[in-house]
Structures are given as structure tokens and as C-alpha cells.
Design a protein around this ligand. Structure first.
Ligand SMILES: Nc1nc2c(c(=O)[nH]1)N[C@H]1C(S)=C(S)[C@@H](COP(=O)(O)OP(=O)(O)OC[C@H]3O[C@@H](n4cnc5c(N)ncnc54)[C@H](O)[C@@H]3O)O[C@H]1N2
Ligand code: MOO
Length: 408
């Protein structure tokens, strides 16, 4: 007789994530760094900008030369030169002088601010009148104001978005050290599960989980490695698990996580070398029969076979582990959206219930409409925009309550 699971809280399961190590690193060209996880602290080789830089078209001046200037009482300034873009000006701006400058031009010595061209009038070749005053530093980005070379521009462990790519470019990084994208092995199990290109016969179902889980791995920055479908045969399962562990950084097997006669996953994992079961059973619904094992330092997941359960468990539990293995300093925190619950929802105490919801806007209010349906119904995930959690000690939620929706 097999042992039934020993249910743990989601928090207790997530606490295991810190005990897994990130994958190793590699160098990638700047053009390929988007979406990758930064593995080095980045310093710029120069201050950015490396000179005091105008943010407006106008005249570089000493601010004091304009103090008190107004339409009625303009300041008369002597034009002492014109600044060429991309060059250091060879002259100094003295009190009472102004140098023509374009946006992005380098301020000459002596100038501390820029007066916009529309606040001046040209009287002749050498004189302008300024009818506004400017403060020191006005319309100027100071040397090092964006990034100082003495301070890290980026700290490792973040996902590189377009803005980080831009900053890396500003820092002169042509090659960047990033974490390798973790390989995630995906195995489906069950005598009844058939590949997508087969028409299911009596009692059969096409393999959904391989494809939905692959998509979730890709979205998380991993590389899915599909090991196909294993029949309910203990030896075949063991062989597939060994192979998957050999070639990947983490493995997810779906189906066979429960306690039925054909649920061999725990048995196989128990007998693999250097492998220990950390979790069998989580106080969550759907997805209670989830298994987590550590095998040679790698996380090995037994996910429930039901298509919705497998996806929910990936979102809530597996993803933070994958984030960790990806090298992220913190698991990706997607800020939830708040919505008003559209109907009462009952829930059992002693577990966290994740309910699929659709978001609808009505008279300017965002409403969360529960999508009810068994956890084997993939179309309910397709209809859903997000998930809401009903806490351990709650018997449910009331219509009209504000809920946090975690977007899918
Ligand atoms: N006596 C009990 N029975 C069950 C319990 C329980 O606590 N006591 N838990 C139920 C819950 S909750 C779930 S969830 C399932 C999990 O079962 P398994 O992980 O062992 O999964 P299977 O039995 O293999 O499959 C469940 C269901 O999903 C279908 N399936 C499996 N793989 C795929 C796939 N790749 N693509 C599409 N559909 C798949 C499979 O045909 C089954 O219908 O156990 C309950 N039972
Ligand atoms: O809790 Mo199961 O995971 O019913 O779907």
C-alpha cells in the first residue's frame, strides 16, 4: 500500500527554492541580451554623459548673466561662439556672453546653463537679448548625472528589458555575461495520453500538458526540452526520468502524481540515486498531489495530470523555482490587478483555492467573473484572464469584495 501524501503549505514549499542554484553563465552580444538574466554587475567605462550637455536649442550662458532679465528688461549678451556637435568647445563663456548651442551639445567652460532660443532675440551678428532668466544647471544634463562610472549601473540578477539594453549600450558593453537559459525537461505520462497528431480513440486524450507547460517555460525564459509521452510502465518511466535529468536543469513530469495504482512517479524518484522527495502534497486546489524532489541538485516536479492543475501549479509554485534557477535575484513579482468579485465563491478551509476569473469592465469598474469548471477542462484556462486566491482560513469570498487578480 502506497503512502498518501503529506500535505504542506505553499509557503513551506516555496521556501525550498533558495536551496537550488542558478545555472552557469555565458557571454552574449548586446543585440541578443533582451530577456536574458544579467549575471554581472555592470559599470560604465565613462560617466554618462561624459560632459555637461544641453537639453535645449539655445545659448549656453552663465546663469548669473541672465538674472533679472524679463520682456520689459532684457539682458544683452555678447555671442562669443557657436558650439559644434560632438566636439569640445575651444573657448570659455564669460559673464555677459552667450554661445550658440544645439540640444546635446557640450557646454563650454564658464557656462552653467542654457537659455532656450525662443526666449531670446538676435539683435545683430554678435548680440542677443535674453528676456527670461535661467537658474544654474537649467536645461543641462550634468556630467555623470545619468550614470557615474564609479557606481554600478546595473546589479546582476535582473531580467534585461529594452531599457536595460539601452543602458548597457550607453555603458559600452558589446558583450554581456548572462545566465544560460535553463533547460527544462517535460514528460507526459499515461496509457491514455496520445500525441497531438493522433485522433484519440476510446478512452484516450491528446497530450495537452507538454504544450501548455512548454509555453509556460518559454514565457519564464527557460528552454523546454520535450521527452514525449511515457506509458504507465515503471521501467520506462525510470529510464525517461534518468535521461531527462541527464540533459536538463529541471524536470517536470505530468500525470501520475497522485496515489493511484499507476502513479509510479514517487516510487521511481525514491529509487533514483542521489534523489530525495521534498514534498508530496500541497495545501492548494487545484494541484494538491504535486511532488517536488531534489535529484543531484536539480528540481524534479511531479505535476498533476489535469491540464488546469498543471498550469496553476506551474504559475504559483514551479515558476518561483524556475526564476531562481534562471539566476533572478527575486522571483518575478507581477503586480496583481484589483477587481470586484462578481459573485459569491465558496471554498474549503485548510487549503488555498485558486479560482480562474475573466475580467470584464462595467461602467468603469473592473469585475472579476469566476469561471467555474473542473480542473481537467483546458477551455476554462483559455477563457481566464487571471487567477484569484482564496486563503487557507476562508470559507469563501462574497460578491462585491475587492480581489487581487494575478494575470495569466
Ligand atoms: N483517490 C484520489 N484520487 C485522486 C486524488 C486524490 O487525492 N485521491 N487527487 C485528484 C486530483 S486533485 C488530481 S489533480 C489528480 C492528479 O492525478 P495524477 O497527477 O495522478 O494524474 P493522472 O491520474 O495521470 O491524470 C489526471 C487526469 O489528467 C489527464 N492527463 C494526464 N496527462 C495529461 C496530458 N499530458 N494532457 C492532457 N491530459 C492529461 C488524465 O487523462 C486524467 O484524466 O488525481 C485525482 N485523483
Ligand atoms: O486538485 Mo486536482 O489538482 O483536482 O485538479
Amino acid at each position: 500500500m502506497k503512502e498518501f501524501f503529506n500535505v504542506e503549505t505553499i509557503e513551506a514549499v516555496l521556501a525550498h527554492a533558495a536551496s537550488f542554484s542558478p545555472v552557469d553563465t555565458e557571454m552574449v552580444p548586446l543585440a541578443e541580451c533582451l530577456g536574458r538574466v544579467l549575471a554581472e554587475d555592470v559599470f560604465s567605462d565613462v560617466d554618462i554623459p561624459d560632459f555637461n550637455r544641453s537639453t535645449m536649442d539655445g545659448y549656453a550662458v552663465r546663469a548669473a548673466s541672465t538674472f533679472g532679465a524679463s520682456e520689459a528688461n532684457p539682458a544683452y549678451l555678447n555671442v562669443c561662439g557657436q558650439i559644434k556637435m560632438g566636439e569640445r568647445p575651444s573657448f570659455t563663456v564669460h559673464p555677459g556672453e552667450a554661445a550658440k548651442i544645439a540640444t546635446g551639445g557640450m557646454l563650454p567652460d564658464g557656462a552653467d546653463s542654457v537659455i532656450m532660443v525662443e526666449h531670446t532675440d538676435r539683435l545683430d551678428d554678435t548680440t542677443i537679448e535674453a528676456y527670461r532668466s535661467v537658474a544654474p544647471g537649467q536645461h543641462v544634463i550634468e556630467k555623470g548625472e545619468d550614470i557615474r562610472r564609479s557606481e554600478p549601473a546595473l546589479i546582476q540578477g535582473i531580467r534585461i528589458r529594452p531599457q536595460e539594453a539601452g543602458l548597457l549600450a550607453a555603458c559600452g558593453k558589446t558583450e554581456i555575461e548572462v545566465f544560460r537559459r535553463p533547460m527544462v525537461g517535460i514528460i507526459s505520462t499515461g496509457d491514455e495520453v496520445v500525441p497531438v497528431d493522433r485522433v484519440p480513440g476510446d478512452g484516450q486524450i491528446r497530450d495537452i500538458n507538454t504544450h501548455s507547460l512548454s509555453g509556460q517555460v518559454l514565457e519564464a525564459g527557460g528552454v523546454p526540452m520535450v521527452f514525449g509521452i511515457v506509458k504507465d510502465d515503471r521501467d520506462d518511466l525510470e529510464e525517461k526520468c534518468r535521461r531527462a535529468l541527464q540533459f536538463t536543469d529541471m524536470v517536470m513530469i505530468s500525470g501520475g502524481s497522485s496515489v493511484g495504482a499507476r502513479d509510479y512517479t514517487v516510487e521511481v524518484l525514491d529509487e533514483l540515486p542521489d534523489t530525495g522527495i521534498l514534498v508530496h502534497g500541497i495545501s492548494i486546489s487545484p494541484g494538491k498531489p504535486t511532488i517536488l524532489a531534489r535529484s543531484g541538485g536539480k528540481a524534479f516536479w511531479g505535476l498533476p495530470g489535469h491540464a488546469v492543475s498543471a498550469m496553476v501549479i506551474f504559475t504559483v509554485v514551479v515558476r518561483p523555482f524556475l526564476d531562481r534557477i534562471c539566476g533572478l535575484r527575486q522571483a518575478v513579482r507581477r503586480l496583481p490587478i484589483q477587481a470586484v468579485l462578481r459573485r459569491n465563491l465558496a471554498s474549503a478551509q485548510g487549503r488555498v483555492d485558486y479560482v480562474r476569473v475573466r475580467l470584464v469592465e462595467e461602467n468603469g469598474t473592473l469585475l472579476a467573473e469566476p469561471i467555474l469548471g473542473k480542473s481537467g477542462l483546458i477551455h476554462t484556462m483559455v477563457k481566464a484572464d487571471g487567477l484569484i486566491a482564496i486563503g487557507m482560513n476562508k470559507e469563501g469570498l462574497y460578491e462585491g469584495e475587492t480581489v487581487n487578480v494575478r494575470l495569466l
